[in-house]
Each structure stands twice: as C-alpha cells, then as structure tokens.
Design a protein. Structure first.
Length: 154
C-alpha cells in the first residue's frame, strides 16, 4: 500500500526510453601510437516525467598517445552536450524567476595517464571534470573526480 504522506510528482519521473544516433571517426597514426577521435551524436530522452524529456546534441573530441618516455600512454577526451528539455519545469524556477523549459550545457573533460607494469598489470591515474550550466539554477553544478586504477589482463 502506498504511503499517503509521500508526495510524488509525475513530471519528475526519470524513467525513460533513450535513442541516440551519431557518427565517430578515428584517425590512426604510426601503428596506433597516436589516435584522434571526432564524434557527433543526437539523442532524445522520452522520459515518462515531462520535466526530464529532452532532445540533445553531443560533440566529442579525443586523443590518445603512447609517449616515448617510460612506456606511458595518455588519453584526453572533451565532450560538450547541449540538452533542450521539451516541457516547462513544474517545480523549479529559472534565472528570471519564471517557470520555463530547461536548457543545459554539460562539458566533460577526461584525462588518463597509464603505465604498463610487469605480470600484465596496468596502473592508471584518471581525472574527470564535469561542468553543467543550466538556466534552472538547481541543475547547475560542477564536480571533479580523481581515480587510481590497477588492472590485470589475463
């Protein structure tokens, strides 16, 4: 039985069906010592909650290189994702104090430095930064994530 003290808003449901189409082109140089990637995607999120249904465009640029020193590999990726939400937000106000459709621009940067170790081990240091700007202030945020990974390949 449902608890009547808990209020739920149908417009806030994030259950969705996501469709994405795009293209990726990779440029490979010197027997894959250097790789450059360019990617574009268009996506739609048909959320059951109207506040989260959107159409978006994403541009991704990336590269990977094996450095001549210490057998290090470096990977750098940049992504920008523009999302135009289809309906007016029903709970939160925009920067002008009005109810309006949400518009987000999310930028991600990913940096990884990896070193192959003996016994099929690899040590990787990673950084991911996210900056999301939105006309609805509650959805604007930034975050920084640092990760150390030790992986084994068999």
């Amino acid at each position: 039985m449902r608890n009547p003290a808990i209020t739920t808003f149908g417009s806030e449901s994030r259950d969705a069906f996501n469709n994405m189409v795009g293209f990726l082109h990779a440029f490979r140089f010197r027997q894959d010592k250097y790789i450059v990637r360019v990617d574009y995607q268009h996506d739609t999120d048909a959320a059951s909650g109207s506040s989260f249904a959107y159409s978006g465009n994403r541009l991704q640029l990336g590269g990977q290189a094996t450095l001549p020193w210490y057998d290090l590999s470096v990977r750098l990726d940049y992504e920008v994702h523009w999302r135009a939400y289809n309906h007016t937000q029903v709970i939160f106000l925009d920067d002008t104090g009005q109810l309006s459709p949400r518009r987000d621009t999310e930028q991600d940067i990913f940096l990884q430095v990896a070193k192959a170790l003996p016994r099929n081990l690899t040590l990787a240091l990673q950084y991911q930064g996210v900056l999301n700007s939105s006309n609805i202030p509650v959805y604007a945020y930034s975050k920084n994530v640092f990760t150390t990974l030790l992986t084994w390949t068999y």
